[in-house]
Design a protein around this ligand. Structure first.
Ligand code: AMP
Length: 394
């Protein structure tokens, strides 16, 4: 894929429409409780300003579903953005009004205009071209820095690229694309995928794509039990998707045909039910009591995974190894996070739960790259082409 990046283009004297992800959490008083998403786009915005461009910034916030919802206004973002950039931000209470377009056209180099929530219009999520034409009316250049919505064919993500003459990815988007490309499409081998989480059904397409690309897949979490059942093991009350046992067998067969390692846990931590403060036991995978459920991988599994992780030169991780939200069942996930953090491999972590497990284990800064988006990252793992990235392909 030949995506153009912001540092490949000239923004001097240009008005640059930046699709950002300013979908920040707000408290009841309208204050931003976490501004990481705003901070993540600052390098892109600074680059444009430092190189003589003007900025029209736009984002969605929440799910107003095509209606004007005052609690989902981007006005608090304008204030915070001004503090972070150290300059006044113009804010307009609409994204396609005549006033918004006029203000965009009047921008001088170094100035920033923030538009109101894109999703106050239903046309945004419908990828409406007439709407995109108004959004882009004052822009010479379109920069997408909203990786988190790049799996959505929305007007400010896809249709706008058909109406603004020059389009490219911002620095945040560039990092996401390049790290994923390096890990999955041009990896140093062995490439090892660590996959966990609750169910096989949520990760089927991911697994099918992975067995085509990786050298080893390490499986943990609830999903392991459907595979173990497919191998004829008794798994007690563990999470099993009976209707997917056949599919699990097919995935195992594909992995075998490809000659890749597909490693399932060989022991697990079990309990009578999923709650904290109850007795637990570590058992071999062949000895799960009929009245117990597997809620974490055990120490022997961690050791087996450790051997493969330490040989890996590239690691991709998505999904916890157990119910890491409950102390008793968190050890396997945190130990695997430690192993990934300690390895010399290039490591990419994505998906909401794995990222929070990584943070909780204190390893956030010890991996090569942490993806900022759950849904878009998963679709890349599924081998899909994301409309918001394809649209930047030159
Ligand atoms: P996912 O969103 O599919 O990545 O699943 C994440 C969830 O899977 C987390 O909330 C974990 O608590 C849950 N999970 C992990 N291991 C198990 C398990 N052995 N049994 C039930 N749930 C699990």
């Amino acid at each position: 894929m030949a995506v153009k990046f912001i540092d490949d283009i000239d923004v001097s004297g240009k008005t640059v429409f930046v699709r950002a992800d300013f979908n920040v959490p707000l408290d009841d008083s309208g204050s931003i409780t976490n501004d990481n998403r705003i901070k993540a786009t600052i390098p892109t915005l600074k680059h444009i300003l430092d190189n003589g461009g003007a900025i029209i910034a736009a984002s969605h916030l929440g799910r107003p579903k095509g209606k004007r919802v005052p609690e989902m206004s981007l006005a608090p973002v304008a204030k915070r953005l001004g503090e972070l950039l150290g300059k006044e931000i113009q804010f307009v209470d609409d994204c396609i009004s005549d006033e918004a377009i006029e203000k965009g056209k009047a921008l001088k180099p170094g100035e920033v205009l923030l538009l109101e929530n894109l999703r106050f219009y239903g046309e945004e999520t419908k990828n409406d071209e007439a709407f995109a034409r108004k959004l882009g009316a004052a822009a010479d250049v379109f920069i997408s820095d909203a990786f988190a919505v790049s799996h959505r064919a929305h007007a400010s993500v896809e249709a706008i690229t058909r109406v603004v003459p020059v389009c490219a990815a911002g620095f945040l988007m560039k990092k996401e694309i390049q790290n994923f490309e390096n890990a999955m499409n041009d990896p140093r081998r062995p490439l090892v995928a660590v996959v966990g989480g609750a169910k096989v059904s949520g990760k089927l397409e991911v697994l099918e794509n992975l067995v085509q690309k990786v050298d080893a897949v390490l499986i943990g979490g609830g999903m392991a039990f459907t595979f173990l059942k497919a191998q004829g093991k008794e798994v007690g009350k563990s999470l099993v998707e009976e209707d997917l046992i056949g599919t699990a067998k097919t995935v195992l067969q594909k992995a075998a045909d490809k000659g890749i390692k597909f490693v399932l846990p060989n022991d697990c931590v079990v309990a009578a039910e999923l709650k904290g403060g109850i007795p637990t036991q570590t058992v071999s995978i062949d000895a799960i009591p009929a009245d117990s459920m597997g809620l974490d991988i055990g120490p022997q599994s961690v050791e087996a995974f450790a051997g493969i992780i330490s040989d890996a030169r590239t690691i991709v991780w998505n999904g916890p190894m157990g119910v890491f939200e409950v102390d008793e069942f968190s050890k396997g996930t945190f130990e695997v996070a430690d192993l990934i953090a300690k390895s010399d491999a290039m490591s990419v972590v994505g998906g909401g739960d794995s990222v929070s497990a990584l943070k909780q284990s204190g390893n956030q800064d010890k991996v090569t790259f942490v993806s900022t988006a759950g849904g878009a990252f998963m679709e890349l793992m599924e081998g899909k082409t994301l409309p918001g990235i394809a649209a930047l392909d030159s």
